[in-house]
Design a protein around this ligand. Sequence first.
Ligand code: ZN
Length: 500
Amino acid sequence: MDTGGNSLPSGPDGVKRKVSYFYDPEVGNYYYGQGHPMKPHRIRMTHALLAHYGLLQHMQVLKPVPARDRDLCRFHADDYVSFLRGITPEMQQDQLRQLKRFNVGEDCPVFDGLYSFCQTYAGGSVGGAVKLNHGLCDIAINWAGGLHHAKKSEASGFCYVNDIVLAILELLKVHERVLYVDIDIHHGDGVEEAFYTTERVMTVSFHKFGDYFPGTETFVYIGYGKGKYYSLNVPLDDGIDDESYQSLFKPIMGKVMEIFKPGAVVLQCGADSLSGDRLGCFNLSIKGHAECVKYMISFNVPLLLVGGGGYTIRYVARCWCYETGVALGFELDDKIPQHEYYEYFGPDYTLHVAPSNMENKNSRPMLDDIRGKLLEYLSSLQHAPSVQFQERPPEAEIPEEDEDQHDPEGRWDPDSDMEVDDRSISIRSRVKREIMEPDLKDRDDVKDAVDHPRDMDVSYGAGNTSVKAPTTSSDQPEGCVEMEQDNSNRPPDQGPNMNS
Ligand SMILES: [Zn+2]
């Protein structure tokens, strides 16, 4: 498919991108518990496909340096991080109040190694941002990341720490503006909330609206104060297909790139928007999903790709493998190579799977209306007299020597002056309605149980509905990162000053 984007001078795929790929061989061993739809094993399956398609030798493969407490505390509250570090399945019974306070226990269960899992997936995303900041790659990939629902002091929707917010904070050290794009079927609420009041981060989330997790009434949320019109939401209905999706994605993202001119882009590639997802209800093919990746790559701006949702794991692995190929500029053979997880991909053993014949509830007039509204928001930004979009500020000085020498652990600047605003101002009403039905007949579950014989007896809710009431009258959400007003004269390697 033609991307139709801002092609490089030598053509859409005329220049091979330098890709850094973050993977920890341990990540597939973390286990949310029997019947839980979130399976880190899918990351290991993706990696095995990459290895057998011969893609690993075309990119820099890096094991993430685990994020430390202080790194996580750049966004998350100290007491929440301490809780995550300390909690174990055995001590849950004595910590019921804390579990409730931090929303841990049902959708977000306590499991063995929970904290090191968080450190690993956050370390990959922040490590990717560091590589991009130093100009050491064009595209960084962390399929274990993308956990977009996590809040400052609260787990949500299978997410504990928000690696995306942490990575964006890292990118903001070098880039005046960072764009976040989210193609998971669920609203990227945690990231939106964190940057709700700043014009330095634009968030754009394409998602299923209505009675669906996390239940945000996204039409209403467009950003606040200086951040007004910098939070964009594209509400979609069941059964959306490739053509309908791209009829919104390309015009909207094309306009966003033209007007916002980000210095870096983070694309959350949640695969639960694929046809046939266990929790999803969209009808995208892998090629349709990957078209978003291809389009964002075509703008030739430093790009961080992260994972996210995706609950039919044989589709998730196919999708993220194909999208890694897209990042590298390879079109992969449809025939899946023989490997240790080959049996998952039967009966066809092909990379691409036909979408279903489900009804597309997104009518043409509805799509036209949404596109019109979003383009209108973007034009009002374009014509706002206070907004001055300059070109990117100069990059941080990069040492001549290999970055690994300079920064042996590949760790980001540990002495950053970045801190996150600690003043909780208010909270939006959020309705959470995600039904998770443990379906033991699901083939992924059966295989998963085989791969994880040590099933733990973790109490696991078959559904979870909770409503949080607003606590104050302010429109500003809790957990917002507050930026200093003018960062234009700040040395780029120091990052914005966060009021504390
Ligand atoms: Zn999702």
